[in-house]
Design a protein around this ligand. Structure first.
Ligand code: ZN
Length: 339
């Protein structure tokens, strides 16, 4: 741990020396801890330094649901899933609801790339005698091509060790359009924990630029197979440090542990493992078996008597229905689809 003085509110803070950024527990300023340590200004920063140590573009996506609301969101949603137990609300035992504000970097990039590359071009030979305009032989040769790709990107970087992030959050697209300046009283009111970036601002900047460069490469590869030379101009137009709200919920149902993730700003269910009722399992399994048996019989009969082709098609249809029921039966996980 290292003791630092908040450059904004002068509060004494104890923060892990390994964390590059820390959001002040009192005023909510995002402090660049590693920069303070590097400048040896943990406690005695000058006025000029103080300004540099604080990340100005620090934003928050507000959480619109409290614990009770998020609980009823989850219950309502689960009950709409086919086969979900209707006693879910009373029988599910929620033992933990944690609100976390996770960190995200979003970089705005304007990129211009000039490139020279090689692409395969066809060469036609041996005109066909019988068909004018047609050729009997085609070979490919490399031809040099050059061009320019101009794009603007918004690149998000999850500011966490991906391995430590809940699995279903790793690929989640955070909607950042409603961001507002960071407000720590909002987090405190909801009892939310603020999680800070494992990357410094410089590292985040490099990652964002690299990602934009990769996207430019993809664009060039749409035009040429091989890039022989390139000249990239990657302009960073803004780098935002954004905290977004996620509820992590654990509950027991029928003695088994389950978990769920809910987006606190949209109420979207990011992930939930749904307990499927026994009654539903029995019903779908027997429906699957019945359709499967009839379908197989129809195919068998249809192939015996050559006249009854229709039976084969019908039989295949019934087996597809059987598989659909089986699919419903095996279904355990669900999440709300992202647009
Ligand atoms: Zn402070």
């Amino acid at each position: 741990m290292v003791q630092i003085e908040c450059p904004e509110c002068a509060a004494d803070l104890n923060v892990p020396a390994s964390s590059p950024i820390h959001t002040c527990d009192y005023c909510g300023s995002a402090i660049q801890i590693s920069q303070m340590i590097d400048s040896g200004a943990e406690t005695g920063a000058t006025e000029d330094q103080k300004k540099q140590f604080i990340i100005q573009d620090h934003y928050i996506i507000r959480c619109k649901y409290n614990h009770d609301q998020v609980k009823s969101l989850l219950v309502d949603w689960v009950q709409k899933i086919p086969g979900a137990p209707q006693d879910f609300e009373g029988a599910a035992n929620i033992n933990r609801i944690d609100l976390k504000f996770y960190p995200l970097w979003v970089g705005e990039i304007a990129a211009t790339s000039d490139y020279v590359g090689l692409d395969d071009w066809p060469r036609f030979s041996k005109p066909a005698h019988d068909r004018p305009g047609w050729y009997e032989h085609v070979s490919y040769y490399k031809r040099e091509e050059s061009g320019r790709v101009i794009r603007e990107y918004q690149v998000p970087i999850m500011a966490l060790d991906i391995q430590k992030l809940p699995k279903y959050l790793r690929t989640y697209n955070v909607t950042t359009t409603g961001k507002e300046f960071f407000d720590i009283t909002h987090c405190k009111k909801l009892g939310g924990e603020i999680v800070d970036s494992i990357y410094t601002m410089d590292q985040a900047d490099k990652m964002v630029r690299q990602e934009a460069l990769n996207k430019q490469t993809n664009e060039m590869h749409k035009e040429v197979k091989k890039i022989t030379s390139r000249n990239d101009d990657i302009q960073q137009k803004g780098l935002f440090y954004i905290h977004f709200p996620i509820y992590e919920i654990s509950f027991n149902y029928n003695g088994k542990p389950h978990d769920a993730l809910v987006d606190g700003s949209s109420g979207r269910i990011v992930h939930v493992k749904v307990p499927v009722s026994k009654e539903f399992r029995v019903k779908t399994l027997s429906a699957s078996a019945a359709f499967g048996v009839v379908g197989t019989l129809m195919i068998a009969l249809g192939s015996l008597e050559y006249l009854m082709f229709f039976n084969i098609a019908g039989g295949i249809g019934l087996i597809i229905v059987a598989l659909m029921f089986l699919g419903l039966n095996l279904r355990k996980k669900a999440s709300e689809r992202q647009k």
